[in-house]
Structure formats: C-alpha cells, structure tokens
Ligand binder design. Structure first.
Ligand code: AR6
Length: 177
C-alpha cells in the first residue's frame, strides 16, 4: 500500500528490514545495550557486520523511547537508527513509550537530513506489544506528522508477515481515506 500523509509518501510492505537498499536509514528494534540480540536487532547486526556493535557500544545503554544513530556499515543504508521499544506490561504507559520511539527516530533522522526511512513493527516481537494496538500508535504518529514541515519525504513500514501487513492495512488504511 502507498499513499500520502501531507507531503510524505507512506508505504506499507511485507519484507525484511535489512533488504531496503533504497532507503537512507532503517530503524533497529534494539535492546538497551545496543547488542546484536535476536529478531530485527540480530538481523541488522548480522547484515551490518561487527563494526556496528563497536559503534553502538559508546552510546549504550539507551532508555525506553530513546533513539540514537550510527552508520550502516555493511548494510547499503547510510544510517541505522536504534530505538528501544517498551516491553508490554512493564514500560508504561506503553502507547506513549512506543510513540516516543517513532517520534525520536524521526527527529534523529531529521537532524541528519535523512529523507527516507524504514521502520519495523517496534516492540511487537520479543517485547510482546499487541500488533493492532501498535499499529494504532503508528497511525497516530503519522497523523501528527501530516502537518509538520520536515526533511522526511518517504516512510516505509516493513512488516514481517502477511498477518502483520493486514493489521497495518486495516488500522493505517483508515487514515489514508
Ligand atoms: N525484518 C522486518 N521485521 C522483522 C524482522 C526483519 N528481519 N525480524 C523480525 N521482524 P523484535 P521487539 C518483526 O523481536 O519486540 C531483540 O532481541 C517481528 O516479527 O525484533 O522490539 C532485541 O535485542 C516483530 O513483528 O523486536 C530486544 O531485546 C517486529 O519485527 C528485543 O528483541 C519486532 O520484533 C526487542 O523486541
């Protein structure tokens, strides 16, 4: 699915966050220590190579909702933005914490003049954030962004399964009509 929110091109696709070669930045669903870990973080560190963790170390630990930036190393994206999502049931209020991840990632992107960015569904894996509730948070962030003057021109949401894609379509699709 593709549509515009204000002047921003928004795409929702099924795919792998490490294979978005055309984007200037991709976002990592990180752990607080910015270590390789599993899920998205494991895939990103694997693809980017060991230099990535070396670049992360001096910036760790990060707090819930915070976002920091590194180069992309072996990934073809010039930048990786690392954010720590809330653990559902622990880091509260969960929706606000998750929204902060998106806002802060977009803010860091702006500071580096990034025009295109890809997000995975932060917190919806190991951190157990319910997928529909997470998609509603994303929809709210996009609505807030619609009227902002920003450097971001293109946001891509990269979902890992058909099921997640359908949830995004039903929740985010609403605001594109
Ligand atoms: N591309 C796109 N989406 C993916 C990929 C991929 N390659 N791999 C998984 N997903 P998670 P979290 C989806 O667990 O919940 C890590 O170990 C996945 O299906 O990566 O924020 C860190 O080290 C899910 O929908 O992130 C942290 O400790 C979503 O991406 C912790 O997990 C997020 O899943 C972070 O947990």
């Amino acid at each position: 699915m593709k549509y515009y929110v204000g002047k921003i091109l928004v795409e929702v696709i099924i795919g792998d966050i490490t294979k978005q070669e055309d984007l200037e930045a991709v976002v990592n669903a990180a752990n607080k220590d910015l270590k390789p870990g599993g899920g998205v973080a494991g895939a990103i560190h694997n693809a980017a190579g060991p230099e990535l963790y070396e670049a992360c170390k001096p910036q760790a630990p990060i707090r819930v909702g915070e976002a920091i930036i590194t180069l992309g190393y072996q990934l073809s994206n010039p930048y990786i933005i690392h954010t720590l999502g809330p653990v559902y049931g622990k880091d509260q209020p969960e929706d606000d914490c998750l929204a902060e991840c998106y806002y802060n990632s977009l803010e860091v992107a702006k500071q580096h003049d990034v025009k295109s960015i890809g997000f995975p569904a932060i917190s919806t894996g190991i951190f157990r954030f319910p997928k529909e509730e997470a998609a509603k948070v994303v929809a709210k962030v996009l609505n807030d962004y619609a009227n902002k003057k920003d450097t971001i021109e293109h946001i891509r949401f990269v979902l890992h399964s058909e099921e997640d894609y359908k949830i995004y379509l039903s929740v985010i699709g609403d605001i594109s009509n």
